[in-house]
Design a protein around this ligand. Structure first.
Ligand code: ATP
Length: 385
């Protein structure tokens, strides 16, 4: 079957009329990105945040119009609010007359003037958990690292930015939708002492996630900006896997204190880990260290340890690359089953050796953040009496 073209989708969207202005969503310049893959279509609508929830019927009308097109299997239309800050270098210019976001109350995230960097007031450190390739256990590590930080008394948030395949609803057993108190911002969902947010809380699990780079970036920006995160010591961001443009944009735009790279010990994964590390270096984000996941196999029956993957590769690689090695996590059935059951190991079995591994890693990460913060402060004045 021929792929549905972007221009065909835009033509259909010309028939969707905004009742307030009596103009089509296309004429209003609302249609931001359009992506299609195998009959699944995703569209972003750039909307005026002041009209936010009142535009829901319009969003639904767009979805219905696209869904009615021959060959379309599913249609997902999401609303994004335009930002007032300067776009990153090389980005297309902002739509003229677009809404301004500055001055939003309740401490929303904002982009630093000129740099387009997204910060979240009240959040001391934002750290990215990244991997050069998918399936290395990045999300499992991000969740347990966040829980490990909370367990050592650090006020922690967890943002699932893995928009291609959000895992938090399953790993944290979240079935409810986030609530809004003022119809402008969403309340994060609290789980096991963490404040959490995921695109998966908002979009149904069976909705295909077909997003292009710019869509990933704007959805992430909304999750940082339009969520009442409150005061946190650390926000852990579970990044989408890989080192493509979308990941690079995130690394560039979010005011990250540092990044943690998850790798398995295999040579092939290490090549990708190196790519991940270089990506953060390129945008001057400090790499806090590498974690080796599925480092060795611990037999669930007898507890015997076997190094089936040539354990230690990530440690050597970290030394070679001059970044800290944060620790090694065994491959163990309990780590998988507890996550699958929505009750990750750090909270399900807090006294287990695996939980201790995550807490030790959390301690190392926290120590580095504290040192960096201390280093950033002006040197103490020496007073000679
Ligand atoms: N240390 C571990 N021991 C046992 N199973 C693990 C471990 N780490 C992760 N897993 C399992 O491996 C699978 C992939 O993990 P996860 O979803 O965290 O990977 P990911 O890198 O985030 O994947 P993706 O890139 O596809 O999002 C999951 O079933 C998870 O439970």
């Amino acid at each position: 079957m021929a792929e549905i073209t972007e221009s065909a989708i835009r033509s259909v969207l010309e028939t969707v009329i905004d009742p307030v202005t009596a103009k089509s969503v296309v004429a209003l310049g609302m249609v931001g990105g359009v992506a299609t893959r195998g009959g699944h279509v995703a569209v972003t609508l750039d909307v005026d945040p002041a009209r936010g929830p009142s535009l829901e019927p319009l969003r639904q009308a767009c979805e219905q119009a696209v869904r009615a097109m021959p060959g379309v299997l599913s249609a997902t239309v999401v609303m994004t609010a335009e930002r007032a800050a300067a776009p990153p270098p090389g980005a297309p210019p902002a739509r003229p007359g677009g809404p301004a976001r500055a001055g939003h109350s309740h401490g929303p995230a904002h982009a630093a003037p000129g740099g387009g960097r997204i910060e979240v007031p009240g959040v001391k450190h934002i750290i990215a958990v990244a991997s050069g390739k998918g399936g290395v256990g990045k999300s499992t590590t991000a969740v347990n690292l966040a829980l490990g930080l909370a367990a050592i008394g650090v006020r922690t948030g967890l943002l699932d930015a893995d928009i291609y395949g959000p895992s938090m609803p399953r790993m944290l057993s979240v079935h409810e939708k986030p609530e809004s108190t003022d119809s402008k911002q969403l309340k994060p969902i609290e789980r096991y002492g963490l404040r959490t947010m995921s695109i998966g809380y908002i979009v149904n699990e069976d909705t295909p996630m077909i997003w292009r780079g710019p869509m990933v970036s704007s959805a992430l920006e909304q999750m940082l900006r339009d969520v009442q995160w409150g005061d946190l010591d650390v926000m852990v961001v579970d990044m989408p896997p890989g080192t493509g443009d979308a990941q690079l944009t995130l690394a560039q735009r979010v005011a990250l204190s540092g990044a943690v790279i998850v790798s398995t010990p295999q040579d092939i994964a290490l090549v990708d880990a190196r790519k991940g590390l270089n990506m953060f270096r390129k945008v001057a984000v400090p790499v806090l260290g590498i974690i080796e996941n599925m480092s060795y196999f611990l037999c669930p029956k007898c507890g015997e340890r076997s190094e089936i993957f040539g354990h230690g590769g990530a440690h050597e690689e970290a030394d070679k690359l001059g970044v800290p090695f944060l620790g090694e996590i065994p491959l163990h059935l309990d780590i998988r089953t507890t996550s699958d059951e929505g009750h990750p190991i750090v909270v399900a079995r807090p006294d287990s050796p695996h939980a201790k591994v995550y807490k030790d890693i959390a301690q190392r990460v926290w120590q580095q953040l504290a040192e960096k913060a201390a280093g950033a402060r002006p040197a103490p004045r020496i007073v000679v009496r």
